[in-house]
Design a protein around this ligand. Sequence first.
Ligand code: NDP
Ligand code: AKB
Length: 286
Amino acid sequence: MPKGFTMSTVPTVPSTALVTGASSGLGTEFASQLAARGHDLVLVARSRDRLEAVAEELRAVHGVKTHVVVQDLGLPHAGRAVAQELADRSLTVDLLVNNAGFGTAGRFEEIDAERDHELLMVNVVALVDLTHALLPGMVERGTGAVLNVGSTAGYQPSPYLSVYSASKAFVLNFSLALRQEYRGRGIRVTALCPGPVETRFFEVIGTRNAAVAGGFSTPGPVVRTALHALDRDRAYVTPGLGNAIMAHLQPRRPRTLVAWVGERICRKVLEPANGTGVPAAEGAAN
Ligand SMILES: NC(=O)C1=CN([C@@H]2O[C@H](COP(=O)(O)OP(=O)(O)OC[C@H]3O[C@@H](n4cnc5c(N)ncnc54)[C@H](OP(=O)(O)O)[C@@H]3O)[C@@H](O)[C@H]2O)C=CC1
Ligand SMILES: CC(=O)[C@H](N)C(=O)O
C-alpha cells in the first residue's frame, strides 16, 4: 500500500508526519504506529538521545525515513524554529501531531508561575505556532491533517489543575474551530482527549492523583483510537467507555455548578501521592 492515510476517502500520497513530544509516552507511540502505517517521520522534543533511539528503531523496523529535531517548545518562537529546520532540510509535513505537553497540579498560589508560563508555551502557544507554520502548505497542496492532543481535563474547569485543564480546553475549542474552517478543503483536524494514560506525565506533574477520573489506559490503544478517529474525520475522540460517557453526557451548565463538582472531584490532587508519582508500568512504546 502506498504511504499515507488508511481510509480510501483520504488521498494516499507519500506522507510525512511530524510528532511533537515523540521522546516519550503517547508521542513515541504515535511515531511507532505512524511508522507502521508507512509514514516518514519528523520527531520533535528536547531529549536528543531518546528521539534518536526512537528514530533509529523505527527506521530499522519499518524502513521509513526519520528526522530528529531537538527543540524546546517552551521557548518563544519555537514553532518558527521548527519550521525553519523543516525548510532547511526540504521537508514537507502532511500530518502534524501536536502532542507535546505537561501538567501542573496543586493550589494555584503554590504552583511556580514560571512553570505555568512554560506549560502555556508548550501546550498552547507552540501548538498554535506549529499549526500556523504547517497548515498553509497543506491548504496549498489540498491535503493534510492536524491531530491535537487535548485531555478529558479540558471538558470542564478542573480546580487544582486549573492552568492545565484550561490549556486543554483551548486545544479542544481551537481544534473544533479549525476543523470547521477547513472542512471541505482537504484538511482534517481531530482532537484526542484521553483520560489517564500510563506515561511519564504523572512523574512530571508529580502525583498520580492528577489522574482524577477513570482507570489508567496505555498508549497503544489510545493512539490507535486517535488515528482511527482521524481516518474517519472525527472532530474529537475520547478513548475508553467511561471517559467517553463523561465527555458526552456530563452537563455543561450551570458553569458554576460544573466547577463546584470539578472541585469535589479534583481535590484528590491535594492528597499525598500514593507512591512516587511514577507510573506503575510505562507505556508499551517507552
Ligand atoms: N498521560 C496522560 O494521562 C494524559 C496525557 N495527555 C497529554 O498527552 C500529551 C503527551 O503526554 P504523555 O505522553 O502522557 O507524557 P510524557 O511526559 O510521557 O511525554 C511528554 C512529551 O512532551 C515533551 N515535552 C514536554 N515539554 C516539552 C518542551 N518544553 N519542549 C518540547 N517537548 C516537550 C516531552 O519531551 P522532552 O521531555 O524530551 O522534551 C515528551 O516527549 C500531553 O499533551 C499531555 O497533556 C492528555 C491526557 C492524559
Ligand atoms: C491528566 C490528564 O490529562 C487526564 N485526562 C486525566 O484524567 O488524568
